[in-house]
Design a protein around this ligand. Structure first.
Ligand code: ADP
Ligand code: MG
Length: 269
């Protein structure tokens, strides 16, 4: 078993929050696209049976022959599951609804929390030269999300700027702590990013103030504004960076990528 932190391969980030609709998939796709724009080679792993990241990156269900389901539960080569997307420098392991049964099937698997870790650290992986792997987690703290956390170096948490946003966070942090204790002591929190932020709305400001006072440096300075172009982009099967490159949403995700890269070089120094 390889140690997730000892590899010199890609940096792996799990994008997780057990609440649905908080911006996990949007953040995975657009942060991925923004990192790719900076010349980095990105792999997105769709770990949600809803397959929204796959759809949002233009991979139709008919083109998802081999998916994260096979990656986790069957003996399959990376070259069969990794697909190029139309977004330059962004590849994808797609997901279909098949993955919804994986959570249960995983329970009987040996080393059930380590399957994604193992799959992403196959020797073939080096040949792809990925710089970052972003895992789009399902809206649950199930075994799929645990697999993502065990495989990842860090967890990035999108937090929707709305009431109760912080409540769910303690449950998520508890899961992170459990994963640290049982499997992966070095799992880090990459950061919390506020999504769908509306500067004119008192509630957004209050959530931001609460998050910053409770979590301090863990909260990214960059906030992602609520922006209609961001929500339109997936129906054109594009990241917002390609759909409307001058939109506020695109600018915000570029800023998030820059901030993340800065943080990571600081840590590596
Ligand atoms: P999750 O993956 O956590 O379920 P999504 O990324 O799918 O959440 O986002 C939920 C919905 O909110 C989607 O319809 C998405 O297009 C929309 N959305 C996400 N971020 C923004 C944003 N910054 N501005 C406007 N709409 C957004
Ligand atoms: Mg999603």
């Amino acid at each position: 078993m390889s140690d997730p932190t000892s590899s010199v391969g890609p940096k792996i980030i799990a994008v997780a929050n057990q609440k649905g609709g908080v911006g996990k998939t949007t953040t995975t796709i657009n942060l991925g696209a923004a990192l790719a724009e900076q010349g980095l080679n990105i792999l997105i792993v769709d770990l949600d049976p809803q397959g929204n990241a796959s759809t949002g990156l233009g991979i139709e269900p008919d083109d998802r022959q081999f998916t994260t389901y096979e990656l986790l539960l069957e003996d399959i080569r990376l070259e069969e599951v990794i697909q190029k997307t139309d977004v330059g420098n962004v590849s994808l392991v797609p997901a279909t609804v098949d993955l919804s049964s994986a959570d249960i099937e995983l329970y009987s698997a040996e080393r059930r929390s380590f399957l994604l870790n193992q799959a992403l650290r196959q020797p073939d992986m080096a040949g792809y030269g990925f710089d970052y792997i972003l895992i789009d987690c399902p809206p649950s703290l199930n075994l799929l999300t645990v697999n993502a956390m065990v495989a990842a170096h860090s967890v990035l948490v999108p937090l929707q700027s709305e009431f109760f946003a912080l409540e769910g966070l303690s449950q998520l942090m508890l899961t992170v702590r459990e994963v640290r204790q049982s499997a992966h002591p070095d799992l880090r929190i990459e950061g919390v990013v506020l999504t769908m932020y509306d500067a004119r709305n008192n509630l957004s400001q209050q959530v931001e103030a609460d998050a910053r006072s409770n979590l301090g440096d863990l909260v990214f300075e960059t906030v992602i504004p609520r922006n209609v172009r961001v929500s339109e982009a997936p129906s054109y099967a594009m990241p917002v960076l390609a759909y409307d490159t001058n939109s506020k949403g695109a600018a915000a995700y570029r800023a998030l990528a820059t901030e993340l890269l800065k943080k990571n070089t600081r840590l590596a120094a």
